[in-house]
Design a protein around this ligand. Structure first.
Ligand SMILES: [Zn+2]
Length: 262
């Protein structure tokens, strides 16, 4: 009888098309606070008495860029002060092993990129923190750290327009390119869908799992706490990604061949 983690390793070795979905729990292992979307870093209201969802919203960036940027800067400093961890590196390795292994992330910290996940198979559904760009003329600004130290909101060197990161703020649409790419890949089907450190509260996180399940594909979840998906997936591995993923990679590397019988 295979253990849960051995079952997942075997499913990976047997799969051609794999989708890995990551959420804030993975970056929490790097020391980042877990946040729901871009805003869950905060509980409740800001010191201005606003819900954080209002402070970190698209309309607020237009109405009061300094206030919105006060909280964007907190996110930015948290990300700049942390690094990709062993979990991110294992995921990049899994993508090297499987040329059809896709990665969908809710995280905006850029750690997957830093850990070596290939751009062309990385879908950052909530966007990313850098590079900043000018809302007026489109000019890019690559030095996020310098911008966070200067007066907020950061302004364009060319036209003094307000800069912003390419993240999805509250009340903004998901990036069309990322959505297209996601649904194109979902349409092709996956042999294995694995969610890691996500609370699974968004439809575009839950849907790929449910569709894989309905198609008879293997589904798995790694998360310290149970989510609404835990009872649905074939294998639920309680634990931190940082601990579980290196162990999983050990099983995968130790037994690279797909064995269809127990
Ligand atoms: Zn500009």
């Amino acid at each position: 009888m295979l253990s849960d983690i051995e079952q997942l390793a075997r499913a990976f070795n047997c799969a051609e098309r794999v989708l890995i979905i990551t959420g804030a729990g993975l970056s929490a292992d790097s020391g980042l606070p877990t946040y729901r979307g871009v805003g869950g870093l905060y509980n409740g209201n800001t010191s201005e008495g606003l819900p954080i969802e209002a402070a970190l919203s698209g309309p607020m960036l237009q109405r009061d860029p300094a206030l919105c940027w006060k909280y964007l800067a907190e996110l930015g400093r948290a990300c700049l002060g942390a690094h990709a961890n062993a979990g991110h590196r294992v995921i990049a390795e899994l993508q090297r092993l499987k040329p059809q292994c896709w990665l969908l992330t809710q995280n905006i910290d850029g750690f997957h990129r830093a850990a070596g996940s290939p751009d062309e198979r990385l879908i950052e559904i909530h966007g990313q923190l850098a590079p900043l760009y000018c809302q007026s003329c489109g000019q890019l600004e690559h030095d996020l750290a310098a911008c966070l130290e200067a007066q907020l909101p950061p302004r364009c060197r060319q036209c003094a327009g307000v800069l912003r990161p390419p993240v999805v703020l509250f009340e903004e649409m998901l990036p069309e390119k990322a959505l297209d790419s996601l649904y194109q890949q979902i349409g092709q089907g996956f042999d294995l869908v694995l969610t890691i450190g996500t609370s699974a509260s968004f439809p575009y996180i839950v849907e790929p799992v449910l569709r894989a399940r309905a198609a008879g594909s293997f589904t798995a979840e790694i998360n310290p706490a149970r989510t609404e998906l835990s009872a649905t997936v074939d294998v639920y591995l309680p634990g931190k990604a940082l601990d579980v993923l290196p162990e999983l990679l050990g099983h995968i590397s130790g037994d690279r061949i797909c064995k269809s019988t127990l």
